[in-house]
Design a protein around this ligand. Sequence first.
Ligand code: SAH
Ligand code: SF4
Ligand code: F3S
Length: 464
Amino acid sequence: MTLPAPSRPLTRAPNPRSLHVMTWGCQMNAYDSGRMADILRPLGFTPVPTPDADLVILNTCHIRERAADKLFSELGRLRTLKEARPGGMLIAVAGCVAQAEGAEILARAPYVDLVMGSQAYHRLPALLDALSLSGAPVIDTDFPAEQKFDHLPSDQASQGPIAFLAIQEGCDKFCTFCVVPYTRGAEQSRPAAAILAEARRLVALGAREIALLGQNVNAWHGDGPDGKSWSLARLLAALAEINDLARLRYTTSHPRDMSADLIAAHRTNSKLMPFLHLPVQSGSDLILAAMNRRHNVDLFRRITAELRANRPDIALSSDFIVGFPGETEADFQATMRLVAETGFALAYSFKYSRRPGTPAADAPDQVPEPVKNARLQELQALLRLQQDDFNRAQIGQQFDVLFTGPGRHPGQFAGRSPYLQPVIVEASTLRTGQIAPVRVTEANPNSLMAILDHTHDRREHQAA
Ligand code: SAH
Ligand code: SF4
Ligand code: F3S
């Protein structure tokens, strides 16, 4: 069913209720969960930390197998809670599994009240109205003509010093392994003015770093406030003019859309952090072609070389898939060579997972599970070494850390390095949102220990 977007202000008084949102999947899903809470706040919903709540939303991911199994086992647990709860409970399934499976979810779990796809959550108030009127389960998995983002409320909860901002959604690339073009729909870019307004709001709420999000974020292009067509590099330049905003990132990029002006922005835009997540998936041209990635290994090599020429301290991160249909040992070794020659600070690697409805799922030459397991282990061992090397190379280095709050132990404060590493210092004088120079003293597998670097600090003050 399609319901109108909520263009009118709510007339009824808010009814105090509790809300619990569980989120799986990518940063876009995490952003969406935050925005759902923003939409529901004026209706009286307050987030609570446990699923003992009046409304529970499961924001799901469909990227690899077993996502649906995970959903149904979670739903089983919620059903017991729902039946035992005196005030009852509304259960909503949102996100990419909801988009892909739709009515099947209600067929298998009839105690679910609401199924809404990834493009429907701005209609949550209307969907809840429909639910309370009819009492029957409601399903909305349409891709509406209107842009979801245009209908989101402007009063947002603070995300803290590090905030996410969705600027682009959907994908037109159709890699043969991937469900995203089906679950998120066609590529859509938000207008620059809306993005700049949201960025200013986030900064007013305490953000010092903003990560721009999109399934294909560097395909973003939009009408600028000056009437001209803007590229992502131009948008990043405009965002860099916001005074209290200190750091910018964007994720996830596709090699095909790494334009020359975006690469140059890594030199010219001083707020752009020296870290880029650029998935390559495979180091074999044959596999890249079979994946329909529409670029070869050489393009990836040239992009990384140009990025490093523009920003010598840039650190790279990537995604890899092993055991894609038809992948031979030689193809896999080509991936190992590309990793060895590129050097990644961080990387995510996955076994190919057959996704129903995607072209590669029906390929005859599926790679046996034990082979996939062995390749994944070999690749992950190399990536682990590279990550450890990268972290160890930071020992003795000085850089600015954006502090996000107290650490796990008393007296500690934690923050993020320019390369996204968690950094921990012993200090009592820091505040959340502060950016301060440190010197790294110790590298652990997933974090760095550091001391505040007062010498560096003094130099900065003298220069100022
Ligand atoms: N839009 C991004 C990310 C897409 S999903 C991009 O184009 O890179 C995140 C990662 O999940 C992908 O980069 C890919 O490595 C992995 N992935 C997607 N589909 C998969 C599948 N069917 N099996 C295994 N890994 C997959
Ligand atoms: Fe999926 Fe490929 Fe689109 Fe990334 S570019 S979301 S991997 S189809
Ligand atoms: Fe998963 Fe959907 Fe994100 S499938 S990775 S939640 S776009």
